[in-house]
Design a protein around this ligand. Sequence first.
Ligand code: SF4
Length: 467
Amino acid sequence: MQATGLPPQPLTRPKVGMISLGCAKNLVDAEIMLGSVLERGMEITSSAEDADVLVINTCAFIDSAKEESIDAILEAHQQRGLHKRANQRLIVSGCMSQRFSQELRQQLPEVDAFIGLDQVRELGTVVERVLQKHRTSNAENSDVLDFVTPRPTYIPDYDTPRFRLTPPHSAYLKIAEGCNHPCSFCVIPQMRGRHRSRTPESVLSEIRALVAEGVREINFISQDTTYYGMDLWTERAGPRQPVDSARGLTLASLLREVEKIDGEFWIRLLYTHPAHWSDELIATIAECRRVARYIDIPLQHIDESMLRRMRRETSRTHVETLIAKLRSGIPGIALRTTFIIGFPGETETEFETLLDFIERTRFERLGIFKYSREEGSRAAKMPGQIPAKLKNERHRRAMTLQQKIAHEIAAAKIGTELKLLVDQPLVARTEADAPEVDTRVLLSRPGPVGEFIIREIQGARGYDLLA
Ligand code: SF4
């Protein structure tokens, strides 16, 4: 872990601990919050017991994520009692705090303060306010401090202090934040606000700094990575309009600048949306060797009627044409996607259309989510909600099919030589494996952690490769 932008430390410093849940976007927010804590001269502790202030960075993606977040808050409160840490203060941040702080204030009076997504840069100051209030207040848990503001607009910059929580050789880089899409199952735009891109100068400066620190893999993240830059165009860019850098800043023009940076590293594109791909972007990735041969492109479904009801702003023809272009335009590309099964009204025929598509397309990496009814989304009010039993059965059928495909794809790698990034002495990843979500390569002899190596693939065990 590395810290940047640290000021001189005072003698007595409050200790701040953090439990961060959810996705990589939330993790970057956690890193920025910890950066602001260090900037205020406080200490970070990895032990919740030692913390004077414990921050729970919550997720509100689906119901199970919300439950996990609530459980983490209650558990932290319970531990205060068990370990006689009555003075420990609790702060709740993240997507659930952003969206539900009003309700949570009533339900969780044990929390000292709530902060939203626009306050990640200010955690250090919020910690000071919470400690100050505790020192001067007689009544335990009197008024909860609520710093959440609606409609977030914050986006980090290259010099935003950040305490990285990923291994030293791999980092996430948030190139944009927010989402302008109207997907009917999703409430993320209500939490994270409208799409806003960082400037290319800001992104490039951060890449140079990360590469200088020895980072070998930089994972671009946002809600919609392919929409990068388009919010800065003077003319509005709608879905299915031609997208190329003659009209303004795009992901393609950014990648061409990234390619000029010295050093050996991978750029990995996560969270691309099918609506904003262009021929120019495909050609640019093919030319840029720094961009990993890996695309994360959540498709959610393929049946035409389902795509319409999901308000995905793409058609089946568009998606099939795009996949054909990606496969032919970028030889060796590994495609990762996610699908939602059990969306309201999904018929057996529509589900089988999806199974048929999975079988024919043979995605290298695939995740299947069971539809979760999100309060405040359009789909939550739709008729034809699918019973859990049927969702489970469809999930099992889709995963069984993909397991067979994934094992065949893994077996086909045996005998090839691949470039690997070593995560642990005996564990590495190929270009086709994003950290945390994809498969691993198990090494028969140790490799140098944080460096690239070339090894022959000698076998496969389930999803994993042996080298
Ligand atoms: S693209 Fe759709 S699913 Fe993804 S964050 Fe935006 S609204 Fe949600």
